[in-house]
Design a protein around this ligand. Sequence first.
Ligand code: AKB
Length: 317
Amino acid sequence: MKKILITGATGQIGTELTMKLRQLYGSDNVIATNIRKHEDNPIVNGDPFELLDVRDYSRFFELATKYNIDTIIHLAAFLSATAEKKPLLAWDLNMGGLLNGLEVARELNCQFFTPSSIGAFGPSTEKNNTPQDTIQRPNTMYGINKVAGELLCDYYYNKYGVDTRGLRFPGLISSVALPGGGTTDYAVHIYYEALMNRSYTSYLKSDTFMDMMYMPDAINSIIKLMEANPDQLKHRNAYNVSAMSFSPEMIANAIKKHIPDFEIHYEIDEKRQSIADSWPNSIDSTCATEEWGFHSVYDLDQMTQDMIIKVKKKLNL
Ligand code: AKB
């Protein structure tokens, strides 16, 4: 990775990834792009930022050429809950944007990363310790996009030799940029509400287990995978990675250790509940560990401690 273009760079992953890559590779070598310029986002001012709607192939190609890009990190996409509300738009953005990114990578011989998700699994997948290679029959538009995306990335690798790499991310928890439109978003919002109001109303049932990861571990895993020796990679698109699996009740209990009067209540949103119920409770990351040394640092308690310090500071509390 020498000259990196990031799509969806002001999103939840993109914001922290852009900051970290700029530290590592130099600010001028990391071109942040997004469909809109969010003026309050820390990455849009000073360093290279360009407007890009990833559905616009000519603009995508023009920017990659202008900056002499050798690596594309393609993050622009709708998450699961939004994709379920707007399935046609989700297909257009998630698949159209990905295909454009892959085409630019093929034309310009770029390395290519895009995230897949635990959403690439479905109700017929083994729920616990879900293996790397298993049944993938998701019943959500987001999941369908993710499985098709994994296959498309494999296709570009096998047919054209594009160096495609991907991770099946679990829910990501972060203190810098908020997530939007996902099913796992509760695990971020709960910290803000706990600090501001001492109370959070969960849209998922108390015992709904899903995989999760703290953003610093997610960022490190992207960089480690992108820097891995290609000869080591057998699966490529995409590796199971997870750091922890918990339920709303468990995260609430972890928060109560710091904020004893915090209370969690439940008001179930059937749509997001059914998405969560179709996903695994926990996935097996062994293959990522064996092929390129994936590991995570933060567990639920360490993440909670760090989130409380950072969000408190952010909210000036
Ligand atoms: C979502 O909830 O849609 C995402 C994901 C797990 O892919 N956070």
